[in-house]
Design a protein around this ligand. Structure first.
Ligand SMILES: CC(C)(COP(=O)(O)OP(=O)(O)OC[C@H]1O[C@@H](n2cnc3c(N)ncnc32)[C@H](O)[C@@H]1OP(=O)(O)O)[C@@H](O)C(=O)NCCC(=O)NCCS
Length: 435
């Protein structure tokens, strides 16, 4: 990367650095990640997040570690209804695996070699009896013994650790008031913890990217409602369905966003958290991208979008004051809080006409139907206001409008009050569409 690209990249990450500081993220990954030679890279990325002021709770799974221990003792893993049956011998294996995993993770967070990404970092890791559990009991005649489910998360205990700037590790074990230990599903612990903390994000580092059963296409984002509906249609592959179900549960319990990442992608966490489009599947309560009326707070974003177009002569120049007084006419497409498209409808009630103005899409998001979406939205709005036609003045996009039902017209056909302040030097084409 050359110096200019590096500086540009660093600056582009700034809004995310500010946005994430002080937020609480719960990160879940399977035991496979711990065995991966790249695991130290994941630890370095987590250390970086910690350094940027993000409050982290890590919830690792232990499935392969437990299987290996059972095998070493000549024991066969027992499953029923998709869940492990944990007998006393299996519980021993789980305790051993949990102890070893904790020590190994702590050791990695303690590294501070001068020329490593961990240089100069001091991260305190905390772990403890924050998860209270109860036995699953007997289900359909099967006694699950020491397999349990989360009963409660010690929210205050966890918060006090996070307040101290400690990074917390929660292993998939829970304790009962009778002093027993239960084996839990790590993803369930992560969901319950994220819900108890009302975490800003739950990040699931999955073994496979989130996929539909019928295609291998990347799923960039889903609202909770869409995810729920697709689960009902059995649209996801088996592993993805489990993660999406976890995401829906977490969001229903108050977690803002759940990201399902492919943990095999090096730096996936950083890409997802510090770039606009990320690389994971984001499941959120609110749509990630919305078309909504503009607010005064959107003005800097609208200006950022239209100033380059004004400079090249595509759009007519508007001052900030002009935008402030006409902001009620504007609609924006906001993507993850950033304005990526806008359009305005100025109404001329006496003529029964509306002017579609300032239609603009961010360069990176053109050609994907958003221009059409804004136009259709403005048309619908104009019809609701009983307007009979829509006009537009354009220097560069006449054909775009011609292909969408507009026809060329003359200045005389415009409302008289609009004609008065037309800049004839721009030599714009006039187009009209009857509604
Ligand atoms: C014009 C604009 C709003 C279209 O938005 P968009 O989201 O890219 O549009 P859509 O995805 O709905 O449509 C894309 C189609 O329009 C075509 N198109 C884009 N700009 C065009 C233009 N200036 N003239 C003719 N066709 C154009 C694309 O080639 C594409 O056609 P294709 O699918 O056949 O290749 C967008 O390109 C833009 O912001 N341009 C700069 C500002 C501008 O000119 N605004 C209009 C003046 S008010």
């Amino acid at each position: 990367m050359d110096t200019a690209s590096y500086v540009r990249w660093f600056r582009s990450a700034c809004p995310y650095i500010h946005a994430h500081r002080g937020r609480t993220f719960v990160v879940n990954f399977g035991g496979e990640a711990l065995l991966d030679p790249n695991f130290p890279n994941l630890i370095h990325d987590l250390a970086l997040l910690h350094g940027l002021g993000i409050r982290l709770v890590l919830v690792p799974g232990l499935r392969p570690q437990i299987e290996a221990r059972l095998q070493a003792r000549g024991l066969k893993p027992r499953y029923a209804q998709g869940l492990r049956i944990t007998d006393a011998a299996a519980l021993d294996c789980i305790k051993e695996a949990a102890g070893q995993a904790r020590v190994e993770i702590e050791a990695l967070f303690s590294m501070g070699l001068a020329d490593s990404p961990m240089a100069g970092v001091r991260i305190r890791v905390s772990s403890g009896n924050f998860v209270l559990a109860k036995p699953l009991g007997v289900r359909d005649g099967v006694d699950f013994e020491y397999t349990g489910e989360v009963r409660r998360i010690d929210r205050d205990g966890l918060l006090s650790q996070l307040e101290l700037r400690n990074l917390v590790i929660l292993l998939p074990l829970g304790y009962s008031p009778t002093g027993e230990v239960f084996n839990l599903c790590a993803e369930e612990v992560a969901v319950a913890t994220a819900a108890a903390l009302k975490a800003d994000k739950l990040l699931i580092l999955a073994e496979f990217p989130c996929r539909f059963a019928s295609s291998t296409q990347h799923i960039p984002q889903l609202t909770c409602r869409e995810a729920y509906q697709l689960l009902g249609e059995n649209a996801f592959d088996e592993a993805s369905a489990r993660h999406v179900q976890a995401a829906v549960t977490a969001i229903e319990q108050g977690v803002s966003r759940v990201h399902v990442l492919d943990r095999h992608q090096d730096g996936a966490l950083l890409l997802e958290l510090f770039t606009r489009d990320g690389c994971a599947t984001l499941i959120s309560a609110q749509p990630f991208e919305t078309l909504r009326p503009a607010k005064l707070e959107d003005i800097p974003g609208i200006l950022e979008l239209i100033v380059p177009l004004e400079q090249e002569g595509t759009l007519v120049k508007r001052t900030r004051e002009k935008l402030e007084t006409t902001i009620g006419d504007f609609w924006v497409i906001a993507r993850d809080g950033l304005v990526i498209g806008c359009a305005a409808l100025h109404v001329f009630p006496e003529a029964g006409m509306g002017e579609l103005a300032c239609l603009a899409l961010h360069r990176d998001y053109r050609g994907q139907g958003r221009g059409r979406l804004l136009l259709e939205h403005i048309e619908k709005h104009a019809k609701n206001l009983q307007l009979t036609s829509l006009f537009v003045l354009t220097t560069r996009a006449a054909h775009w409008f011609l292909e969408r039902g507009f026809h060329l017209a003359t200045l005389d056909e415009l409302p008289p009050e609009r004609r008065q302040w037309i800049n004839l030097k721009r030599n714009s084409k006039v187009l009209i569409k009857p509604l």
